[in-house]
Design a binder for this molecule. Structure first.
Ligand code: SAH
Length: 391
């Protein structure tokens, strides 16, 4: 691996940016395509291996550039095949990346920020506070690292990573430019060539950024709704106070209109016992989503230390589904994967050097409640999912 602090990291450069980089070096822009194939298809570790570049150009690249992935602090493999990597990024913090195999499909769940500034009341990442945005190289580096690591351990698997979801740590739309570059590389044939239908960006609802995204990308969109009314959503997803549900749904419709083909928004709804899992919530949800082309992803809440919420009961989950089902909603229920390695949905911890003070407050709350927390290195959670179609 080529490493140096001051050199420019080519790993996170979109095709357009890499072409510009080579033009500025006085090279033909097609060098960008050659180098992208080496970086993303061949996964090479050094410019030396890029044998269709002249020796002089390789030497020059060595001086001013690098291809540097974030380092893996540890990897865990679940009995069900789910894998979790704790990935160390430049500021010394760690984020998590999770791979969930399902038959021929393999979904990689990646992080876009260290921690999260949004503080949704049921999300453990939010309790860690916010530390930093990941660079495009740190985001794409998670994909490259996972593909390489899977190839090493399962060489016969044809396309290990078939889907990528931005459902790890962070709010992707609050790290807009880096996430857009990473998305474009993940979908680019010279990058990872994963189709727009198989790359999903999940947002808590940063409405203006959804309009911005519509201008520059056609990546699939998932929206963390979690409540059918503003009153309840204000409590669960505080950014709702700034961008209420009506504005969010309008933005979703606008995003879909821009796609101009048969596509749907994914609506994520984490079911919490006694909070948002009642029949009237299901009825209100179906009413709210009428007319929006969408599929609803029901996620049973995953408890974490210090949280007062409880997981939805099986009976309430069943009832909730039935109400939606009768109203012709498309539903998927996410089942928990990788529980034995703490890779369950939305409980992502990583190692955040918090800048908000929220992590310290959460810690004090845990101490007051005498909650024992495992050392972080064994306690990383991440968003992992398995969609079970019931319709
Ligand atoms: N910031 C983005 C991505 C975050 S995580 C977003 O909000 O969409 C991906 C999904 O997991 C989100 O829908 C999030 O609300 C959900 N989630 C967070 N904590 C959870 C928990 N403890 N149990 C179940 N789902 C959770």
């Amino acid at each position: 691996m080529i490493t140096s602090g001051s050199r420019i990291n080519l790993l996170g450069m979109s095709q357009a940016k890499l072409m510009q980089f080579f033009q500025e070096l006085g090279e033909k822009s097609f060098r960008a395509q050659q180098v992208m194939k080496w970086i993303h298809h061949e996964g090479v570790q050094s410019f030396e291996e890029m044998t269709n570049l002249s020796k002089a150009l390789r030497a020059r690249l060595n001086e001013c550039a690098e291809v540097r992935e974030p380092e893996v602090a540890f990897e865990k493999i679940s009995k069900d095949g789910t894998r979790k990597w704790l990935v160390r990024v430049d500021n010394g913090s760690c984020v998590e990346t999770v791979f969930i195999p399902q038959g021929k499909r393999g979904t990689l769940c990646i992080s876009s920020q260290v921690g999260c500034a949004l503080d949704c009341s049921f999300c453990s990442t939010g309790k860690q506070g916010f530390s930093a945005n990941l660079s495009a190289a740190e985001i794409v580096g998670q994909v490259r690292m996972a593909i390489r690591s899977l190839k090493e351990t399962e060489p016969d698997r044809e396309r290990a990573v078939s889907n990528v979801v931005f459902m790890g740590m962070g709010e992707p739309l609050l790290n807009f430019d880096n996430v857009v570059d990473a998305v474009s590389l993940i979908m680019d044939d010279l990058g990872y060539g994963i189709s727009k239908r198989r790359v999903t960006l999940s947002t808590a609802g940063v409405v203006p950024a959804i309009y911005e995204l519509a201008k520059v990308s056609d990546v699939s969109l998932a929206v963390s709704l979690h409540a059918p009314t503003d009153e309840l959503r204000n409590e669960l997803v505080p950014i709702n106070r700034k961008y209420p549900i009506a504005q969010l749904i309008e933005a979703c419709q606008h995003y879909l209109d821009g796609l101009g083909e048969h596509r749907a928004i994914t609506i994520e709804y984490t079911l919490i016992d006694g909070i948002n899992d009642q029949p009237e919530h299901a009825r209100q949800l179906a009413e709210l989503l009428k007319g929006l082309e969408c599929k609803i992803n029901l996620i049973p809440f995953n408890p974490f230390p210090g949280s007062d919420y409880k997981k939805v009961s099986d009976a309430n989950l069943e009832q909730f589904q039935q109400i939606l089902y009768k109203r012709d909603c498309r539903i998927m229920v996410r089942t928990t994967r990788g529980e034995d390695i703490d890779a369950a949905c939305g409980q992502l911890v990583g190692q955040v050097n918090d800048r908000t003070g929220r992590s310290a407050r959460h810690q004090r709350r845990l101490e007051a409640k005498k909650v024992q927390v495992m050392p972080l290195a064994n306690d990383g959670f991440s968003s992992s999912s398995k969609g079970k179609h019931i319709q």
